[in-house]
Design a protein around this ligand. Structure first.
Ligand code: BDR
Ligand code: CA
Length: 342
């Protein structure tokens, strides 16, 4: 099993990822930290607790962290609805009648520190949001880096962006934080838009989830049908799409990063120097240097190997970058995993 800490900005697809993490037998979910991103920190914490309720998850600490990026305040994103939860937060269908959950009183950085210190073995951090909390952790507690197995993050792109023509939302929202994480001594694994956008659930399967008896499956079905946008310049996109006939995409989104954790063999992965652009119009772009093979094992499918080292370009670090995915394999893995939940 993989001991895992999740960092989220729940978030329609973060919610799908939380359901997956609770359900998958090889994932031992130690805790969840929240950060502002898709929506306010307050909404992120509330949405996260709600998802755990619906999944009837065992008690897991949930802590709130950074309320804004390190340097530059980002524009609000409405891509996941006004509540960051596809407008489902007021839906009585998904209210737990006897919820006992409350947020952990610790700050996310303190919760991460405590859980890393008490873990029996190094822990994988799966980051599905802007990396503000993780940058703060690595700056405040660099001595904990050996306790982190690796940071598997949804973010970045080797090609086209979504928040801007070249930048992916999570990195764009806090580029300095992403740069701190990439430049740390912790090995990183990038599950970026190159693979993120590929994994979708067929409409018929989403309809079956909606019709299922279990509340978790129904929630997954509802979330898969929410028309998620990513462009912060188009705040009314989802509302407008809901008024017109909403276009179905069925993206599992962030849940794909957890598929990458338990089934890396479905990915084509290259270990490449990656650098975050911090200035100008390309701010938030992840520049993946694919020009040359870095050593014999630079290109491989399956599990990421070895540990991080300095890149061949000054100021760059080697990152395991997922570039292609067996999309139907992950769609099946997602459906089979969600089916385990009540
Ligand atoms: C990322 O941004 C958010 O909207 C999603 O939850 C995902 O983590 C995609 O760019
Ligand atoms: Ca997210």
């Amino acid at each position: 099993t993989h001991p895992v800490l999740l960092d989220v900005d729940t978030g329609v697809d973060d919610a799908l990822a939380i359901l997956f993490a609770v359900a998958h037998p090889e994932i031992e979910l130690l805790g969840i930290t929240c950060v502002a991103g898709n929506t306010s920190l307050e909404n992120v914490v509330a949405n996260t607790l709600r998802v755990l309720d619906v999944a009837d998850a065992p008690p897991v600490p949930v802590a709130g962290g950074a309320i804004r990026p390190l340097i530059e305040a980002a524009r609000a994103s409405h891509a996941h609805g006004s509540d960051g939860f596809g407008e489902l937060s007021a839906d009585p269908d998904f209210a737990h009648p006897h919820s006992f959950r409350a947020a952990d009183p610790r700050h996310a950085v303190d919760l991460l520190r405590d859980l890393l210190l008490s873990a029996a073995e190094p822990v994988t951090i799966v980051a599905l949001a802007p990396q503000t909390n993780l940058a703060l952790l690595l700056r405040q507690h660099p001595e904990l880096a050996p306790q982190i197995e690796r940071i598997l993050f949804m973010g970045g792109s080797a090609g086209v962006g979504n928040a801007t023509p070249v930048a992916e939302f999570n990195v764009w929202h806090d580029p300095e934080a992403a740069a701190i994480v990439l430049d740390s001594s912790v090995q990183t694994f990038m599950y970026g838009l190159d693979v993120f956008n590929q994994v979708t659930i067929d409409r018929a399967d989403a309809d079956s989830l909606l019709a299922a008896p279990g509340a978790s499956a129904r929630l997954a079905g509802r979330l898969l049908q929410f028309p998620m946008g990513d462009d912060p310049d188009a705040p009314n996109e989802s509302a407008a799409a809901a008024d017109a006939a909403p276009s179905y995409t069925g993206h599992i989104g962030d849940a794909g990063a957890l598929c990458a954790l338990v089934d890396p063999g479905a990915l084509r992965i290259e270990r490449r120097p990656v650098r975050v652009e911090l200035a100008g119009f390309a701010r938030g772009q992840t520049i993946v240097d694919r020009r040359q093979r870095v050593g014999e094992d630079a290109i491989h499918a399956g599990a990421a190997a070895g540990s991080g080292s300095a890149g061949t370009l000054p100021g760059t670090t080697l990152v395991d970058v997922a570039l292609d995915v067996d999309r139907s394999r992950y769609a099946r893995l997602f459906l089979d995993t969600i089916a385990r939940l009540p």
